[in-house]
Design a protein around this ligand. Structure first.
Ligand SMILES: C[S@@+](CC[C@H](N)C(=O)[O-])C[C@H]1O[C@@H](n2cnc3c(N)ncnc32)[C@H](O)[C@@H]1O
Length: 314
């Protein structure tokens, strides 16, 4: 998965999130695009696979941008645009377009493109849309939402992170540097590792519990990933990483380690430059006590389950 900046091309991205995900979405967008979009539909020269983020719904490459449908049609005609097995869809962005106008626009542009149209098995998907008065035509790429399939794994625990959250955390850790060395020193059954491997991140996992480590190995194998995970206490990790993602242990499920949350925070200072903590309570004071500076915190409110705090530290 690569991110390329092509200054000759512009791309529209459409993002969407639930109310309680807004802060996390902003953190992720800042990490992968370098800015926080001021709108759910935004334009940039950065190319990101929409499936990299749970929040990106689709991407449109701006191949044509014209002030009127007529001028878009004549541009397509004069270019003798040829596509085989293509499909064209209309995306509703400006709301002043009636159903009939949309149908008419699709017909006009569809007739202007040479080649075979394929509804069932298109090789190319084009999007036609009107955004802030401009008519846009370009390659369309939708999020494949394949992360949803990773909710089902051979081993799962109630203490495991939600898959979507693990994916967001990985994106925040990687930013746009896939060579970054990432560690999950309390990896549990491997939710973060699986999301890391699925986008090609350079990540390693550890956990103190041998049963859990075995199950993580089986989970990773199930998805076709190498089991880069070891049974180790965080205090015995002798490597240094660029980023650590630490879903802190808590007493409820891990009785024997109920008191070691603060030890884990303290030791994490020795294994990584940056740390992303996930905790059940606000830990800003504690992490500062251990010499971290907090660069960002957000609270993920959950209606049915307990809330989680995400704390970014350096
Ligand atoms: C909240 S769970 C992590 C869950 C994980 N994020 C997942 O989605 O499966 C915390 C994990 O920390 C591990 N743990 C507790 N103390 C540890 C230590 N000192 N070193 C390494 N792992 C530890 C526990 O065995 C437990 O699996």
């Amino acid at each position: 998965m690569i991110n390329v900046v092509d200054s000759n091309k512009q791309y529209f991205y459409c993002i969407n999130y639930k109310d309680n995900q807004k802060d996390l979405c902003e953190l992720e967008m800042k990490a992968i695009f370098g800015f926080i979009p001021d709108n759910q539909l935004f334009v940039t020269t950065i190319i990101i696979d929409p499936s990299r983020s749970v929040f990106i719904k689709y991407r449109i490459e701006v191949n044509y941008q014209e002030n009127s449908l007529e001028s878009l049609e004549s541009k397509v005609l004069s270019d003798q645009l040829y596509m085989d097995d293509y499909k064209i869809i209309y995306l509703k962005n400006d709301f002043d377009i009636t159903y009939e106008e949309r149908l008419n626009a699709m017909r006009k542009i569809g007739f202007a493109i040479e080649g075979k149209f394929s509804l069932a098995n298109p090789k190319v998907e084009l999007a036609l849309t009107k955004i802030n008065g401009s008519w846009i035509l370009g390659y369309y790429k939708k999020n494949d939402n394949s992360w949803v399939n990773r909710k089902q794994k051979p081993h799962n625990y109630s203490f495991a992170l939600d898959v979507w959250l693990a994916k967001v955390l990985i994106n925040i850790a990687v930013e746009n540097d896939f060579t970054k060395k990432i560690v999950d020193p309390c990896c549990g059954i491997g939710t973060v590792l699986i999301e890391g491997y699925s986008i090609g991140a350079n990540i390693k996992g550890y956990d103190i519990n041998p049963t859990v480590v075995n199950q993580t190995k089986q989970n990773l194998k199930f998805f076709g990933f190498n089991a880069n995970v070891e049974c180790k206490n965080i205090s015995d990790i002798d490597k240094y990483y660029d980023v650590a993602i630490i879903d802190l242990p808590y007493g409820k499920f891990i009785k024997s380690h109920s008191n070691n949350r603060n030890d884990v925070i303290k030791i994490s200072r020795n294994i990584s430059k940056r740390v992303i903590f996930i905790s059940m309570t606000n830990i800003n004071e504690i992490v500062r006590k251990f010499g971290f500076s907090v660069t960002n915190t957000c609270k993920l409110e959950k209606r049915s389950k307990f809330s989680r705090f995400i704390t970014l530290c350096e």
